[in-house]
Design a protein around this ligand. Structure first.
Ligand SMILES: NC(=O)c1ccc[n+]([C@@H]2O[C@H](COP(=O)([O-])OP(=O)(O)OC[C@H]3O[C@@H](n4cnc5c(N)ncnc54)[C@H](O)[C@@H]3O)[C@@H](O)[C@H]2O)c1
Length: 339
């Protein structure tokens, strides 16, 4: 049984606690929040030890995994300190997205995790659904042929207006992670952004991408849509076929170029993804099974390095907007130097 501690137990941290509590291979042994009442509430609910200081928690409690759901500016500035502390203590770590809103700190975390040889992953949960697995399987089997283009749309309603780049940094780790999952590394980006009336953040974006493979892609993103709209659409096309994923997990359809028969995979009402919360459960289950199986840090799914690569694309898109739509090269995430 793997012993888990959750750090930051407000809205999303509560979901972390619940999933580790329910999973048959993990036991939630500790919770930590700077706000004592929040930690107490979760500790009582799940029979875990209660802390307000991660250092004290790591000194006094035996823990295998630290799951971090802090937030901060652009939903990512508070992750750095608990992540670095947990890595220093040699724990396997899952951090919420964005890995950080500060690219230098994101780079530092990934480098440090590699140096300490701990597993470091991110909650990039949109890819942990049967529809995405099916798409990946068909790409790897060669059923799409050579990849040509990807179209992604991720639009939700978020009226918060933290900073000019809040929408880009806080939301689009999800969309760009799914694009990279299917299309590989992104080489160059070019963006145009706009704002809904009265907004401070660039709340609607249009981003062109060129992948290392030569495939091209496009992302439409927005914080300005209402809850009545589907949130996500993804299309991936090659020279042999094309697939579409509707709304993260609702429907997968593959359209081969040379056959009239389509391959459709529904989200079963009995065994499929029941709600968006199940994407968390799937992501945590994948992490837990990889830790249990002893998967080496560099082979972890949706790793810290993946989360960093996504953030590099986001920063390049921001640079493009700042520079009047200029094409920007994306710095590639190098294999961390272990010394
Ligand atoms: N994966 C997803 O689909 C998804 C969806 C929504 C939000 N998120 C992410 O989840 C994270 C948390 O979001 P939230 O809305 O719950 O944030 P929140 O601000 O409501 O909660 C964060 C909690 O962390 C605590 N905290 C901050 N620094 C701490 C520290 N050093 N030690 C202990 N506790 C600390 C705060 O006191 C607070 O209780 C964000 O990064 C957000 O981007 C992910």
């Amino acid at each position: 049984m793997l012993k888990v501690a959750v750090v930051g137990v407000n809205k999303i941290g509560k979901l972390h606690c619940q999933h580790y509590h329910l999973h048959p291979d993990t036991k939630l042994v500790a919770v930590c929040d700077l706000v004592e009442e929040r930690a107490e509430l979760m500790a009582e609910k799940f029979g875990a030890a209660c802390y307000t200081d991660i250092n004290r928690m790591l000194e006094t409690k035996k823990i295998d995994i630290v799951s971090i759901a802090t937030a901060g500016e652009e939903n990512g500035s508070h992750h750095y300190t608990p992540v670095m502390t947990a890595i220093e203590a040699g724990k396997d770590v899952l951090v919420e997205k964005p890995i950080s809103n500060n690219i230098d700190k994101a780079r530092e975390m990934v480098q440090y995790a590699a140096k300490q040889q701990v597993r470091f992953v991110c909650n990039l949960n949109h890819r942990f659904v049967p529809a995405a697995s099916k798409g990946k399987e068909l790409i790897e089997k060669g059923d799409l042929g050579s990849l040509l283009f990807l179209n992604m749309k991720l639009t939700i309603q978020n009226p918060k207006d933290m900073t000019p780049w809040f929408h880009m940094r806080a939301l689009h780790p999800h969309s760009i992670d799914v694009m990279r999952y299917f299309g590989g590394d992104v080489h160059r980006v070019q963006s145009f952004m706009t704002k809904a009336p009265e907004r401070n953040t660039w709340s609607t974006v249009s981003i062109n991408m060129e992948f290392d493979s030569g495939a091209v892609g496009h992302l439409t993103g927005s914080y300005d849509m209402s809850r009545r709209h589907p949130i996500e659409y993804c299309e991936v096309a090659g020279d042999k076929g094309r697939f579409e994923i509707d709304n993260v997990y609702e429907k997968f359809t593959f359209f081969p170029h040379e056959r009239d028969e389509l391959l459709a995979q529904r989200n079963s009402i009995l065994s499929g993804v029941g709600s968006f919360h199940d994407t968390f459960a799937n992501r945590f289950s994948d992490f837990i099974s990889q830790v249990k199986e002893g998967v080496p840090p560099e082979n972890m799914n949706a790793s810290g390095a993946d989360a960093l690569a996504v953030q590099e694309v986001i920063e390049a898109a921001i640079q493009s907007q700042v520079n009047n739509g200029k094409v920007i090269e994306v710095p590639q995430v190098k294999k961390p130097i272990i010394n």
